[in-house]
Design a protein around this ligand. Structure first.
Ligand code: SF4
Length: 475
């Protein structure tokens, strides 16, 4: 069906002359399959892409075999992440056998990182679009479908996607709002400033508009996203001010944010977290290494003692705070003693959970250009195993400590197996609930009855109390 959709004029040079009104048939409306790799920023970007393609008349499908266009929104943060994407694109290529007109494209950080090299490695990929290309994604897809090989990876220092609303693939309860794009920190190991460009703040009124829109759509929780989310600044409005405003939006019961940059955790921000009851006691605070020498080579801007002091301030101000982190082993020059310091810091802080990786050379970064990747693969692998084993103990202990507690959980979608509901505690633990415990979006009191080590099993308080009474009555 022909459908006229108004879209905003496209802004980039490559799109110059594109009409403000696009006939969906001209734009190549059809079915799109969208798959996301990487972080929550990428999930939010996929929602943006889905929104833009939806405006152009595309229908999103769950099955790649049904698609006219397959887009893979990618991550380049580690070599392994890129390897996974290559593996997945060659799997998806099978659909081109039955549908020779199929367009396969990659978007996101890997598109930006590899640019023209994608064609050499995978000539079947017809569209390569970077993280600042989504406003005009429908036009780019149309060109690829018309037979052109499209590479659009120009970074745009002003693009914040203001005014665009995404179509997220989420549970309708917890929504994400990107408040900042890019990063100015240039940690020596990190490819993000090169793939996502310089830091830009989404204007505060636009952030609040997006949050209110989620609330009106029935969402109860909002997660504010940014690469260094607490470095946010829009004129006089810093992150602490913005967070307080978001925390008081009608209808939003829970607020989280990720990922903060440790050095920018101001006293004002900690005070807002401590005083606003809708801000959940959960923080992902990337550490990377417990050794000063490694942190200095990484250019993180803090040392071990400063990080520990920050954890102490946070825990003193926010009782019950759950802390998660990122840990990287095998960075350039990391010694056994440096590694031991990471393990000892982990024992000291006892993170509730962590993302753990081995360092990989990303080509364009300062580390790749100026430092030597001198920790061999075997040592990296062993150190990673040691870090994972220790964290598993701490994660299990964190979950086990919840057993017997009475906590309010926000009820979300069905769990993966479909036989339970998934709830989320204030600390961010997943809690499996019996079907029918409550409506999606409700916040209910539960008693945690069991820990599986990675998630919790819980009963609504009323049901749990009734079962307890029945047990006591039993002969
Ligand atoms: S703060 Fe450092 S690690 Fe985080 S995105 Fe920016 S450069 Fe990368």
């Amino acid at each position: 069906m022909t459908q006229l959709v108004r879209i905003r004029p496209m802004r980039r040079d490559s799109d110059a002359g594109a009409p403000a009104t696009v006939d969906a048939t001209e734009a190549g409306a059809g079915r799109v399959y969208l798959e996301t790799f990487g972080c929550q920023m990428n999930e939010a970007d996929s929602a943006l892409i889905a929104g833009q393609l939806g405006h152009a008349g595309y229908e999103r499908v769950e099955d790649p075999a049904q698609a006219d266009v397959i887009l893979i929104n990618t991550c380049a943060i580690r070599e392994k992440a890129e390897d996974r994407v290559w593996g997945r694109t060659s799997q998806l290529l099978q659909h081109a056998r039955t549908n020779p007109a199929l367009v396969i494209g990659i978007t996101g950080c890997m598109a930006e990182h590899l640019r023209d090299k994608v064609a050499a490695r995978a000539p079947y990929i017809r569209l390569v679009a970077g993280p600042d290309s989504y406003r005009g994604i429908a036009g780019l897809v149309a060109r690829a479908r018309a037979g052109e090989r499209v590479v659009d990876v120009k970074l745009d220092r002003s693009e914040t996607y203001e005014g665009l609303d995404g179509v997220p693939d989420d549970d309708g309860v917890s929504g994400q709002v990107t408040i900042q794009r890019g990063c100015d920190k240039f940690c020596s190991f990190c490819v993000v400033p090169y793939t996502r460009g310089r830091e830009r703040a989404v204007p505060a009124p636009e952030v609040l508009r997006a949050v209110r829109r989620l609330a009106e759509a029935g969402y109860r929780e909002v997660v504010l996203l940014g690469q260094t989310v607490n470095s946010y600044r829009d004129g006089d409005i810093d992150f602490a001010t913005l967070l307080r405003a978001v925390a008081t939006v009608d209808g939003i019961a829970r607020v989280r944010f990720t990922s903060p940059y440790p050095r920018d955790m101001s006293d004002a921000l900690i005070e807002v977290m401590a005083s606003e009851p809708t801000i959940m006691p959960q923080l992902h605070l990337p550490l990377q290494s417990g050794a000063d020498a490694v942190l200095a080579r990484m250019g993180r801007g803090y040392g071990r003692d400063e990080y520990l002091a920050l954890v102490e301030r946070l825990r003193a101000a926010i009782p019950g705070l759950a802390l998660s982190t990122d840990l990287m082993v095998g960075f350039c020059g990391e010694t056994e003693d440096d590694h031991a310091q990471t393990l000892s810091l982990m024992r000291e802080v006892r993170f509730d959970s962590a993302f753990m990786f081995r360092y990989s050379d990303r080509g364009v970064t300062q580390a790749a250009r100026k430092l030597v990747d001198d920790v061999d693969d075997e040592t990296k692998g062993r150190r990673l195993r040691e870090v994972i084993e220790l964290q598993e103990q701490h994660t299990r202990a964190s979950h086990d400590a919840q057993v017997g507690r009475r906590v309010p959980v926000l009820v979300g979608a069905l769990a993966r197996r479909g036989d339970r509901l998934l709830g989320r505690t204030p600390q961010g633990h997943n809690a499996l609930l019996p079907l029918g415990s409550a409506e999606r979006g409700a916040i209910i009191e539960v008693i945690v009855t069991e820990s599986t080590g990675h998630s919790l099993v819980a009963q609504p308080v009323v049901a749990a109390e009734r079962a307890h009474a029945v047990n006591e009555d039993a002969p």
